[in-house]
Design a protein around this ligand. Sequence first.
Ligand SMILES: Nc1nc2c(ncn2[C@@H]2O[C@H](COP(=O)(O)OP(=O)(O)OP(=O)(O)O)[C@@H](O)[C@H]2O)c(=O)[nH]1
Length: 379
Amino acid sequence: MTDLPAHASPKLEPQAAPSDRPEDQSDNVSSTSGTATGGQTPALPESLLSPAFTPPATPGGTLNLDTNPTKRLHQTQAASLRHLEDPPKKAPKLLPELPHVECIVRARIPTTTGAEMFLHLYHNDLDNKEHLAIVFGNTIRSRSLDRARPGETEMDRMIRGAYVGKLHPGRVSSRFDDEKPSPSETQKKVEPPLVRIHSECYTGETAWSARCDCGEQLDEAARLMSFPVEDLSADAPLEAQSLKSDSAGGVIVYLRQEGRGIGLGEKLKAYNLQDLGSDTVEANLLLRHPADARSYGLATAILVDLGCGADMNPDGIRLLTNNPDKVRAIEGPNREVMVKERVPMIPLAWRTHGERGIKSSEIEGYLQTKISKMGHMIQ
Ligand SMILES: Nc1nc2c(ncn2[C@@H]2O[C@H](COP(=O)(O)OP(=O)(O)OP(=O)(O)O)[C@@H](O)[C@H]2O)c(=O)[nH]1
């Protein structure tokens, strides 16, 4: 590192992910971070630590390096990253027990597709972020929300969403909907609920990014969970066919772990590194973050609160994901949740032979890296 170019900035201490979550250090994390990094922010080889946030050159980059004094740095980084092409597999690291979560408020949201969902907002004892559960159907209820709070009135309960059935002007009781019996009261045996654990992605969900398929996955999960069964056409995807009329509905647990846990600012730096030639994993590592800094303890705790855990739902859940590490991580340290089935999420462009879905050179590289370096099962 002594013959770095004059413009290289001094070596900085490894950066922590911009999060106030202690779980980032110790909670169940995907084994991808474990694979490439040992489960925590890794002790990366000296040569891999970038002397500046944006290295002068990145592996696979197209810069002309021959006359550039950064050539040696580039070569050292490339050599250090080479072992990551086939990272060893490791089980996800799990916390000994789940964090505490509490549903603070729930509200009915009619959606632009015509389906209806109940948005649940959670607080927890690990961070101060507002993690969410998007619940489809009437059978899935939050135990912490329904619990009586000292001194509260019926109106208080209705305002925080702890009511059965539907609200309507003039309603006075949170417990009895005099207009309609709650469907949960008439519920027969139900299918295991469909669940998606979704990590926040501002660029893919809000800012129309074609670098990733996060927005498409969120839409698709909601579509599958809100499918009115009578409208199912014969050519509907297999995942949708499996949502039977006696389905328990579905839950999207929406975790505020943007950029696989490194935050939006760091993800944008990673995008610049990707434009300089790195793939998604290399870019994270060059910025001294784990390949995947996420954890799933909060999602497991939220599922248990929603009655999708093994205590109330011994038949398990069906998990919408291509990420094998998520399956094990979401089950929790003591198998608090049981994943009965993994339901794959095939990109729309692949399913429709390019007719619909995201088209960009970036998304192809992104999906390819998920398969080759992160073990995603996208058939
Ligand atoms: N650091 C980083 N994060 C990214 C990038 N592209 C998308 N993300 C984030 O990745 C997260 C989504 O995770 P994915 O790896 O796409 O998918 P997954 O959740 O592991 O697996 P699935 O359940 O199959 O979707 C979101 O938080 C995105 O913001 C990237 O290039 N770099």
